[in-house]
Design a protein around this ligand. Sequence first.
Ligand SMILES: [Zn+2]
Ligand SMILES: [Zn+2]
Length: 350
Amino acid sequence: MANPKRYEVNQNGKILNRMAWMMAPGKLELIESPLPELAADEVLVKIKASAICGSDLHLFNGKHPSVKLPTAVGHECAGVVVELGSAVDGFQLGDKVTIEPNINCGHCEACLHGDYGYCENISFTYRVGKGAMADYIAVRQDKVFKLPGSMPFEEGALIEPLAVAVHAVRRADIQMGEDVLVIGAGAIGIFVAALCKLRGSGSVVISDRSEERLQTALRLGAKSTLSSKELAEHLDQAKSKRFDKVFECVGVDQTLSQAMRSAKRNGLITVVGIFEQGEASIPATLFASHEIRMQGSQGYCWDFPVAIQMAEQLDLGVMVTHKFPLSEVQKAFDLAVDRETYKMKVILEP
Ligand SMILES: [Zn+2]
Ligand SMILES: [Zn+2]
């Protein structure tokens, strides 16, 4: 039962929870409702920081390839454990935690093999009405990960996108001395570049059209940068350097084709970007003749603990450019989609 000293409760003793919903493209609403009873295997987390993700902006634009509106929003968060289900062990009230927001079924073939990222019935907390842009979130204890006590909440909220990058870099099997190109300096691209450097890559070049984003990438660990124009010029010269491993972190036709043109023969391309258009064309002749290898990477599977470890070697704080109270969620999204303002991570604080 909820402890009234700890929570705000209504007259029935139910905890009141504000949660942001995307009602229609460009339109957010904070909806307040009582929290349901905690299940035996669930942990209740009081959210302290929640970050806006690139995929939330696809939702905002009404162009997310696999989610329909209205939907709750928010899946990058950190907070404090405030209530434990009756069967939970290994957690204590007051633990600082982050949440892996995917929900796997536990009984399909992939889940039974431990490949829960490939779960045939996979869903996400926000898609089932448990958004993290809220006061509270109740989640299964196996999806809750403890954070170091010294980590600020806003950095803890970035463990989720860092886990996406960890997953991509592990899939790309980066070896010492390999030359890496990352196309797209959004949060994921910047994290991928930083992790490749920690993994011992030779050159780690990152490309983007925003000079400010490239500067942030350098601060986090990329070794050198190319503007989009410079990358295009670089690729037009037959003799210029090509890369062992390339990450596509944008999700449009043009950058996918650039990724293929920038790889060495037998190079490996890892596609991380979300494509609003479901299909893209590729330079097929080059693909075959250069024996280019290409793979996708999405989400995470056993990557959260690694992301938490790697975070200790990264200055995640430089990624946070804006903070808003949860009550200003609409304003925060309006800013996040505004192409004129430089922003990296926009944080909401309940
Ligand atoms: Zn995300
Ligand atoms: Zn499953």
